[in-house]
Design a protein around this ligand. Structure first.
Ligand SMILES: Nc1ncnc2c1ncn2[C@@H]1O[C@H](COP(=O)(O)OP(=O)(O)O)[C@@H](O)[C@H]1O
Ligand SMILES: [Mg+2]
Length: 343
């Protein structure tokens, strides 16, 4: 038994994310968490928000199409591979429409096309579109599911956007204030008696900004609440993935985002690494791993909530996900007690 079980048993915990360097096992850990909840009888959604999805190949079934599908062979488990291209396209159309509306409303005789190009070819555009979709899932699917696990490689970006949304809110409050001042003058001059805020909301761009800000602050409230949300970080016992997790943890803390814990993946067991017939390669890898395990215990020890062994093959199919979910809750490396860790 490990600390992860305690964390996951909290019923208020509704949203989970997995972050870490590419290839460390974010997707398999997200799937393992989702499997655990589903098999405990809780209706669970596993949502992939990646440019390239891997849920279909992981579960060895067709989960494509951008819609929520049942995962065959696991009761209570549902999955979606969000189609990024569709979302980006819709997002683009949306922005174009808003911009045109605004230019018309403000009576500015400008061709909106160059503005739309600038806004939508920005490299952050795809990530903002993703973030927007993630917010929709948080807000709209909460009634339909007990737990939602996100598989997104762009956790760093999500974290930054959550942080940014706070600044954005402050900035917007200023905008509204200055708009109020400017508007009330106009309202006065034209002897109209409408309420100032109503007047402000007639500006389509302001109305959009205000409603977007409401959405942002709702989601920010949820995702920065440690009762409801947890970010899990996955690492391997290797130097680069560890460095990435450390950086993540500092960043996440700076933004008040709750850390669920660290999962150490792909551990070579001692009985393999010290077996007499082990190859020189495995023996070396094992020794190298012990060194990094000591670093993990020293630097992240209090945050480590689970370990996973290195499996003899890729994690594919419901059965292996089930095994991984069990290991997430139960597995402990056979050499753990012997690590030399200086306090
Ligand atoms: N403990 C493990 N043992 C064996 N293979 C693993 C293990 N964890 C992950 N893998 C494999 O490593 C690859 C990368 O894992 P994945 O979860 O897709 O990483 P990420 O989502 O972080 O890019 C996949 O092929 C997966 O099956
Ligand atoms: Mg992945």
């Amino acid at each position: 038994m490990n600390r992860l079980r305690d964390i996951l048993s909290k019923k208020t915990l509704r949203y989970m994310f997995t972050g870490g360097k590419g290839g460390v096992g974010k997707t398999v850990v997200a799937a393992g968490l989702a499997y655990y909840f589903a098999s405990s009888g809780e209706k669970t959604l596993l949502a992939s928000l990646n440019p390239v999805h891997s849920l279909s190949s992981l579960f060895a079934q067709d989960l494509t199409g951008g819609v929520i599908k049942r995962v065959e062979g696991v009761e209570n488990l549902y999955a979606i591979e969000v189609e990024i291209d569709d979302i980006v396209e819709r997002y683009k159309e949306n922005i174009a429409r808003r911009l045109k509306e605004f230019l018309k409303w403000a009576d500015i005789p400008l061709d909106p096309k160059p503005f739309i190009e600038i806004a939508t070819t920005n490299p952050a555009f795809q990530e903002s579109a993703m973030f927007d979709k993630m917010m929709d899932i948080v807000l709209q699917e909460a009634q339909n599911f007990d737990r939602i696990v996100f598989d997104t490689a762009a956790v760093a970006n999500a974290v930054r956007l959550i942080g940014l949304s706070k600044i954005y809110g402050l900035w917007l409050a200023r905008m509204i204030k200055s708009r109020k001042e400017a508007l009330s003058l106009r309202v006065q001059l034209s002897f109209r008696k409408e309420k100032v805020m109503e007047e402000i909301k007639k500006d389509p761009l302001m109305a959009d900004l205000i409603s977007m800000n409401e959405k942002f602050s709702k989601v920010r409230k949820i995702l920065t609440n440690s009762e409801e949300t947890a970010f899990f970080f996955v690492t391997l016992p290797l130097s680069l993935p560890i460095a990435v997790v450390k950086r993540f943890i500092n960043m996440v803390r700076a933004y008040d985002i709750p850390v669920g814990g660290v999962v150490v993946n792909q551990i070579i067991e001692r009985k393999l690494g010290e077996a007499e017939d082990a190859t020189a390669y495995i023996k070396n890898k094992y020794r190298e791993q012990l060194h990094y395990m000591e670093i993990i215990e020293r630097d992240l020890g209090s945050l480590v909530v689970a370990y996973l062994p290195m499996y003899p093959r890729e994690v594919v199919g419901v059965e292996m996900v089930a095994k991984l979910a069990e290991d997430l809750l139960e597995y402990k490396p056979d050499f753990l007690e012997e690590l030399r860790v200086e306090a």
